[in-house]
Design a protein around this ligand. Structure first.
Ligand code: V47
Length: 367
């Protein structure tokens, strides 16, 4: 980047501050969101990305399983859920899940990603048995399953504590937890969009309980709906504080709201400009998060490639059969092969590193 451009940028003081190792505060975060100097925001984030991860860019071969989309909640931003008996609702039997896993048993999959609805029509044991089943069929794969929302739901259903539910799931084979369900920590946004979900404190507490048990987790932020920049920055600062305490988060994944087929369908889609800002500002504020994920399913392949120069160092995985985003109008592919993922990363000037769920490098010889 042209040194003159950097020198003349109105964000030069912030660049110097971050380079000297100082943390971005609330006002800095706000300034970044209000700034239109996208290249300079990207430059600051890229500096931090290269310091931490060099040119390495992670991807994984994974399989998504969404056991049920029947959900007791009715979050306004969600196109995935259905009510019992409603058209498009489904509930997979354990046998159907077995078949989905066996269909891809020849593939070198490292991670099984499992999330679904809060389904009152399923017994508590089903949720545990799903994990046992995956462990039986894929003894070596990493099981990344159930958001904090599902853990709280299972605790409520069974009368057990959050910790006991986690212990039981760990015993069945759960290794890590995905970052969903955090949405936007603001209580104002929660009241308007996802009333029945966990509060920020509850979400953070369940992640802290997982971290205490050695279970690493991810964190997300759903942006591009009714939230303010202040609310975004507060969300990020609360995640940073939680990470200072536990060190258990692996990756942060900003998720752009997809309005199609939701009750908020009249809202415009997030712009590419905002997508890149969210990746970059996430990298800048979350200086204690090892990884920032540009989830290609949500961003599309092209924007995910650009995001790698704006602070992201992970593009997630092969996926196959994604439902949450595709039911909300995402027109990205359903899957990418190892070759395609490697191609995306190398074309962008970065070094592909195939990873397992804990970011250990695997299959160097194949790549
Ligand atoms: O919590 C739901 C979001 C999340 C919509 O941890 C929507 O590796 C946009 O958390 N438009 C679930 N977003 C997905 C998720 C995730 C994805 C990939 C990787 C990981 C990980 C986690 O999706 C929900 C919610 O925030 N969501 N509906 C929608 N219409």
């Amino acid at each position: 980047m042209d040194p003159l451009y950097i020198k003349n940028s109105s964000l030069i003081d912030l660049y110097d501050k971050i380079k000297s190792g100082e943390r971005a505060g609330f006002e800095d975060g706000l300034r970044l969101f209000h700034s239109n100097d996208l290249l300079m925001i990207g430059k600051i984030a890229d500096h931090l990305r290269r310091e931490r991860n060099g040119k390495d860019t992670y991807f994984t071969l994974n399989q998504h399983i969404n056991p049920t989309n029947i959900c007791r909640n009715s979050c306004l931003f969600c196109a995935f859920y259905r009510k019992e008996g409603q058209q498009g609702g489904y509930r997979l039997s354990l046998d159907q899940i077995r078949r989905k896993l066996l269909d891809r048993i020849q593939e070198d999959i490292h991670e099984i990603h499992i999330v679904g609805g809060l389904d009152d029509g399923l017994p508590y044991d089903y949720y545990i048995d799903v994990i046992r089943l995956v462990r039986e069929i894929r003894p070596k794969a990493h099981i990344k399953a159930y958001t904090a929302v599902e853990i709280a739901y299972l605790a409520e259903r069974s009368g057990k504590s959050w910790g006991s539910v986690l212990d039981e799931l760990i015993d069945a084979g759960l290794n890590t937890m995905p970052g969903g369900g955090a949405e936007m920590f603001s209580s104002r946004v929660k009241r308007k969009l996802f009333m029945d979900k966990l509060t920020a404190e509850e979400w953070l507490k369940i992640h802290a309980l997982a971290h205490e048990r050695g279970v690493h987790t991810n964190a997300t932020m759903l942006y591009g709906h009714i939230e303010t920049y202040e609310e975004r920055v507060m969300h990020l600062l609360r995640l940073r504080e939680a990470q200072d305490q536990s060190g258990g988060f692996l990756a942060y994944i900003p998720l752009a709201f997809h309005p199609e087929n939701t009750k908020l369908h009249k809202l415009p889609k997030a712009t590419g400009f905002d997508d890149l800002k969210n990746i970059a500002i996430g990298r800048i504020i979350l200086d204690n998060f090892p990884h920032i994920k540009a989830y290609w399913v949500m961003l599309g392949k092209k924007m995910a490639q650009i995001a790698l120069s704006f602070g992201a160092d992970d593009i997630d995985g092969s996926v196959v059969e994604e439902k949450i985003y595709h039911m909300a109008g995402s027109d990205s592919e359903q899957m990418l092969t190892r070759k395609q993922l490697i191609g995306l990363i190398t074309e962008s000037g970065f070094i592909p590193v195939e990873r397992d769920a804990l970011y250990n490098s695997v299959n160097r010889e194949v790549a």
